[in-house]
Design a protein around this ligand. Structure first.
Ligand code: CA
Length: 190
């Protein structure tokens, strides 16, 4: 009953969250192939079970309050305060600007994290991407995220390029040389 009420309230509040710059997932949502800007939030709220996030670049905050699987994604700030007893945040093929200790320190009481062997911590954003300051999140040739991942089931990257090239990369973009993606051609941004 309480969960139903919460979910109803959540649906009613979704437009408000959108205005505030938050992407709020519902039960079973798959959130994929996205770039989240600085200051924005991706949230999996309590009760939103069965969610998967993959191939996303989150320069803002990933706020998890429920059991969730996050794959092939890089994150600036992780907030696990809502991950509580019997809930686990599972990360496969992910990279973080924070340390593992810093992320675990945000966990709620009884919550748990599961990081696979491919996960990287303390990534230096200034050197991992073509131009982090300028919001070009394609990988550098020397990026630690390049060829450092594993197959998480994605066949293409955010540019629509078939993956992998060489070995799988971490994050929404697969490195293919040249530094810039098709966005430069399509939208004149990068
Ligand atoms: Ca690769």
């Amino acid at each position: 009953m309480i969960k139903k009420l919460f979910i109803t309230l959540l649906i009613l509040l979704l437009p408000v969250w959108s205005v505030l710059g938050a992407d709020v997932l519902g039960i079973g949502n798959i959130f994929k192939y996205m770039l989240i800007s600085e200051g924005e939030t991706v949230q999996v709220p309590e009760g939103a079970t069965g969610c998967t996030i993959h191939d996303v670049g989150i320069r803002g905050t990933l706020d998890l309050d429920e059991t969730v699987t996050v794959k092939n994604t890089w994150v600036t700030t992780v907030d696990l305060a809502g991950v509580e007893t019997a809930e686990t945040a599972t990360f496969n093929n992910c990279a973080f600007e924070q340390t593992e200790i810093a992320i675990d320190a945000t966990l709620g009481v009884g919550g748990a994290t599961s990081f696979d062997a491919q996960c990287q911590f303390s990534i230096t954003t200034a050197t991992a991407f073509v131009d982090y300051a300028g919001a070009n999140y394609h990988l550098n040739a020397s990026s630690p995220l390049r060829d450092a991942g594993e197959d998480t089931g994605a066949d293409t990257d955010l540019d629509g390029i078939t993956t992998p090239i060489g070995l799988y990369d971490i994050g929404p973009y697969e490195y293919r040389g040249g530094g810039k993606g098709r966005h430069a051609f399509l939208f004149g941004i990068w």
